[in-house]
Design a protein around this ligand. Structure first.
Ligand SMILES: Nc1ncnc2c1ncn2[C@@H]1O[C@H](COP(=O)(O)OP(=O)(O)OP(=O)(O)O)[C@@H](O)[C@H]1O
Length: 351
């Protein structure tokens, strides 16, 4: 549905040329919810804005549903843009217009007749849960309600694609959840493909099917959600996953961690698993089969794309040969195991 080929974007600044995008290739399938995540300044907004050519790429091609937007004349591009809705962090509503009018405006501009506008707007307000707010002005609405108006407006022209620019960053966690649920509902109901950018892993974790990580104007990793959470590869992705799982070694262990295997020191293991692998089974297998002692330092299980994903940090002690066999056993059971380092058994866990 969306295909970006070799997208580069340069900005001329007083300090010289700024390379915001350095050759992005990306493909988003029809009906997918695709997330682009990255830190501030990574190039997310610039990338999203190249999809509807709000930002024309310096090099590369944007193809939407088989049509090369970058090759179109302005008049044809304007027609194609009706296939692309967009919502923003700060909603961008017309403050002097009611909810009804804000949603109706794109249809009025497109010359749709009054009766049809009336029916379509009422329907979209019902879908977005705003039927009782149609005569309210933006200043009379909460942040979540304003974003609902913006979503209804973006759907007015029945777009094939919805671009979301940090759509929930200005909202509290509870409202964020309800807006993400609405986006998911819209994706299902209308089959609209959603491309969103965010700096929050929680957002992609909640609704995306696939995700790409952008750093310094380049996509450094792109995968399904389960793959990203269970097997992150790039350092930036590992850091994002760690922050989403709120999991890290206790300071007392971290600062005493030795990277070289040493006689008498205990390995610290990071055990990651996907699916219905129960934590108790892993622990009891290590204890019963290999006679190991396991001290769980931290553990967290979350649900990503309907799959349970778990991460556990533990300190293991026992006979070295048995420890090696235990690690081998976990790996053979499709449980990813990493040795983070080694510590003395005397070091106590202090938070
Ligand atoms: N109009 C512009 N002129 C010059 N440089 C720009 C312009 N727009 C973006 N940049 C630069 O391009 C890079 C990417 O910016 P962009 O806004 O796309 O990042 P971002 O990931 O969306 O960041 P944030 O999350 O902070 O919005 C930054 O270094 C930024 O300074």
């Amino acid at each position: 549905m969306i295909k970006l080929i070799g997208i580069k974007k340069y900005f001329k600044t007083k300090l010289g040329i700024s390379h915001a995008l350095k050759g992005i290739d990306l493909e988003v399938s029809k009906g997918e919810i695709f997330g682009i995540i990255g830190k501030s300044g990574a190039g997310k907004s610039t990338l999203l804005r190249t999809v509807n050519l709000l930002e024309r790429p310096s090099e590369g091609e944007v193809i939407l549903d088989g049509v090369s937007l970058t090759s179109l004349k302005e008049v044809d591009l304007r027609k194609q843009r009706r296939n692309i809705g967009m919502i923003f962090q700060h909603f961008n509503l017309l403050s002097s217009a009611t909810t009804f009018k804000n949603v109706a405006l794109p249809l009025e501009f497109a010359g749709v007749d009054k009766k049809e506008i009336n029916e379509r707007v009422k329907y979209l307000l019902e879908v977005t849960g705003l039927s009782d707010k149609e005569n309210h002005y933006p200043h009379q609405l909460s942040g979540g309600q304003k974003q609902r108006v913006a979503i209804a407006r973006s759907l007015a022209s029945n777009p094939k694609v919805l671009l979301c620019d940090e759509a929930t960053s200005a909202l509290d966690p509870e409202t964020t959840k309800s807006i993400l649920e609405l986006l998911k509902e819209i994706n299902k109901k209308f089959g609209v493909t959603i491309l969103l950018i965010t700096h929050e892993m929680e957002v992609v974790k909640t609704i995306c099917d696939r995700v790409a990580v952008i750093e310094n104007g380049q996509i450094v990793e792109s995968s399904s959600m389960v793959e990203m959470f269970s097997n992150p590869k790039a350092n930036v992705t590992k850091a994002l996953v760690r922050s989403a799982f709120h999991i890290s070694l206790p300071e007392s262990i971290e600062k005493n961690l030795i990277q070289i295997p040493t006689e008498g020191l205990n390995p610290i293991l990071k055990i990651s698993f996907v699916g219905d692998v129960a934590t108790e089974t892993i622990i009891s297998d290590l204890v019963m089969k290999f006679g190991l002692r396991i001290n769980i330092l931290q553990a967290h299980i979350d649900v990503v794309s309907n799959s349970p994903i778990g991460i556990m940090l533990c300190q293991v002690s026992g006979v070295q040969e048995q420890i090696n066999l235990g690690i081998e056993f976990l790996s053979n059971s499709n449980i990813k195991t990493e040795v983070l380092g080694y510590v003395s058994g005397n070091i106590k866990y202090t938070a």
